[in-house]
Design a protein around this ligand. Sequence first.
Ligand code: 13P
Length: 254
Amino acid sequence: MADRVKFIAGNWKMFKDIEGAKEFADAFLKLNRPAGIKVAVCAPFLQLTTLVDAFAGTGIGVGAQNVHFEDSGAFTGEIAVPMLKEVGVDYCIIGHSERREYFGETDETVNKKLKKLFNTSDIIPILCVGEKLDEREAGVQQDIVSAQLEKDLAGLDADTVKELVIAYEPIWAIGTGKTATPDQAQEMCAFIRGKLASMYDQATADAVIIQYGGSVKPGNAKDIIGKPDIDGALVGGASLDPEGFTSLIAAAAE
Ligand code: 13P
């Protein structure tokens, strides 16, 4: 098995204003975090500069939650990769289920965004995949995730995909308090790794960091992230409070 570093990323979604981001950073930086685990916070666009400044030199990464696939143009309301580069972000969430559900994100736009990020920046994409409740109930969750991976990664080569972070987020577990069991999460993360091995090769599959996301809390982080194919978590609600997020990171590091 490859030496993958554990990676916990917060996704603040549309919570916290600039003042809230400053308060979070001040409090978070005063708390002790375990070494040897990567941490990042993905914030709304307007709060990115605040976090990049606050976390400079600390090793804590900053991520955006979306980006457009063109460098510039008449795309009212959108943000381009060069703009994220200018701000100095490290990561960008791509294809979150909330964007797929409410903002018309498709596997085709996800694929374009991944290509743009990889071809024109060092910003690491965190690609979200996952099935809906009715799809899990019908037992087709692996088919769904498999199809997402094929379309989302179309045209990306092995060396590129090695740099990718994938977050498996079953939609029925997001913000619902309903967590996938550690075994269910492990089963899908292992499936994703196997799929990558078949699309590319085993070394590539072993290099990719695969996170689980969906109601991860300080109390369940250790059991989930202790699984062999789960390398970390993409954390929504439980990333908003600096103390809670720190205990979650500590639990994940155990
Ligand atoms: P919750 O942790 O609030 O369930 O959100 C998960 C998520 O969507 C992270 O991207």
